[in-house]
Design a protein around this ligand. Structure first.
Ligand SMILES: [Zn+2]
Length: 484
């Protein structure tokens, strides 16, 4: 494959482009869904193809094909150059700005997810047997009427080369598993879900998980939701579990600190941001104990690929350091816009037929330094709510004004959890929220969770990233009953 990549780069050089790269991708994906004790869905795909990106006359061109052959590659390179020239001619009429890219050092390297048990080596029947056992255990709980399990496995083998001489081979395996139990009574139904957090890892993540052990508890919590107290409102303190914080971090920090949004290059899907370039290294994003770190080297991280699709090696950097806004997710064409000499390296495409765009990296809230436990956090709350799991969310175009739900809510009174609540939502302004964070549990409580279906761009691309956190406490947050 790499010889074809080099052939493509020679063709691009002959076209006198400013920059070019190619990705040749072979991927496998398996998605299995069970409903109670029957097969609900089986998807078992393989896919291959390549995409060529060129920079010519200060504009991007991109073309792709599923036919991996020399003649086709030459044609696709010419197509990409034609697209770039056409874009440049339009650009020159509407603006003078030309795109330029940072010159990454030449790299010849490879990266492979460490996989002990290849998920594609396990027979589909064995996987469904495991899912049916989960269903059996949950359906034994009174009022549980439906149980769905979803298993998703991916392997992406990628050969990358660019015009600077880099040759990078990556092989990334992703494993996900989640189940949801539906409890039903005369008037309503409620669900509760649980899973192993999606990771770049093999099937061992499932074999060594507590998925079976947690079945009864998760089912019982779905039943408890049927009679949980509703309609809680007012100003209260929140203790947020890592499984919940993942989405809050994602929406209020991750997307807000993508440099293409800050530069006005991306506007789809709540696409702009308040975290503009003039605020970098100045704005108080959160309280001084808030450290949000991007880490593309994180073990088993969903965005841990060795290199991004610009050929930039995975790094670790602060997005928020001691409360101060201090970094963006970047690409080789956005980083020079703010005089960075290197990209932080989070520019990825979701397939061979998509052009790479800036994405949220693995992004985590660092644990607190005082070794507090989650019980310590709860003990410091007189009137509040402990929230687990992800639920609904909405956020405005500037990523400033948000509302989040959750999966399970526990009332806290006088330092103790008293009862389950239902349908809680909270609202805040991003910076007020993070500045109200007054305690974060210690390293022992730091858990990796993640988002497996982040949508961005137009046409939309999806991406996956890990969001780790320890439970954290937020003071005086507006709680609404919500109708979600
Ligand atoms: Zn997203």
């Amino acid at each position: 494959m790499m010889d074809l990549c080099l052939y493509a780069m020679n063709e691009a050089e002959r076209q006198k482009v400013e920059y070019a790269d190619i990705r040749i991708i072979n991927s496998k994906e398996q998605k299995l869904v069970s409903e109670n004790e029957r097969v609900y869905e089986v998807k078992d795909n393989i896919d291959q193809g390549f995409g060529v990106r060129v920079l010519k006359n200060g504009a991007w061109g991109f073309a792709s094909s599923p036919i991996i052959a020399k003649d086709e590659i030459a044609k696709v390179v010419r197509n990409a150059v034609a697209v770039a020239k056409a874009s440049a001619s339009v650009n020159s009429k509407i603006k003078d700005k030309k795109i330029s890219v940072l010159k990454n050092p030449k790299v010849i390297d490879s990266f492979k997810t460490i996989v002990r048990v290849d998920p594609f080596s396990i027979p589909i029947k064995d996987k469904f047997d495991f899912m049916f056992e989960i269903s059996r255990r949950m359906l034994k709980v009174d009022k549980i009427k439906k149980v769905y399990s979803v298993a998703n496995f991916e392997n992406v083998d990628k050969h990358f080369a660019n015009i600077f001489g880099s040759q990078i081979h990556t092989n990334v395996t992703t494993t996900m598993f989640e189940y949801v139990a539906y409890a039903v009574d005369e008037s309503t139904s409620k669900d509760r879900s649980y899973g192993i957090y999606p990771q770049t890892i093999g099937y061992e993540a499932i074999l060594e998980s507590d998925l079976l052990d947690r079945c009864e508890r998760v089912a019982s919590e779905a039943v408890m939701k049927l009679t949980a107290h509703r309609g809680v409102e007012g100003i209260k303190d929140l203790v947020l579990d890592p499984t919940h914080l993942a989405l809050t971090i994602h929406e209020s920090v991750g997307h807000a600190t993508e440099l293409d949004r800050a530069l006005g290059m991306e506007e789809s899907l709540s696409g702009r941001t308040f975290a503009t370039v003039d605020k970098l290294n100045k704005m108080q994003y959160g309280s001084p104990i808030v450290n949000l770190v991007a880490d593309l080297t994180l073990e088993n991280g969903l965005a841990t690929h060795g290199y991004d699709d610009d050929g930039t090696k995975g790094k670790r950097w602060h997005i928020v350091k001691d409360g101060i806004f201090s970094g963006y997710s970047t690409s080789i064409d956005t980083a020079p816009e703010i005089s960075m000499s290197e990209s932080n390296g989070r520019c990825n495409a979701d397939s061979w037929f998509s052009i790479p765009i800036v994405r949220i990296p693995n992004l985590g809230l660092m644990p607190g330094k005082d070794n507090l436990s989650v019980d310590d956090l709860i003990a410091g709350v007189d009137d509040g709510i402990y929230i687990e799991g992800m639920g609904s969310f909405s956020i405005d175009q500037m990523r400033e004004n948000f509302q989040f739900g959750g999966d399970v809510f526990w009332e806290i009174k006088h330092g103790k959890i008293t009862r389950m609540l239902d349908n809680v939502t909270y609202q805040a302004i991003t910076r007020d929220f993070w500045n109200s964070c007054d305690a974060i549990a210690g390293e022992k409580y730091w858990v990796k969770s993640g988002v497996a279906n982040c949508g961005k761009g137009d046409p939309m691309q999806t991406a996956k990233m890990t969001h780790g956190a320890a439970p954290a406490r937020f003071r005086n947050i507006k709680i609404g009953g919500g109708n979600v």
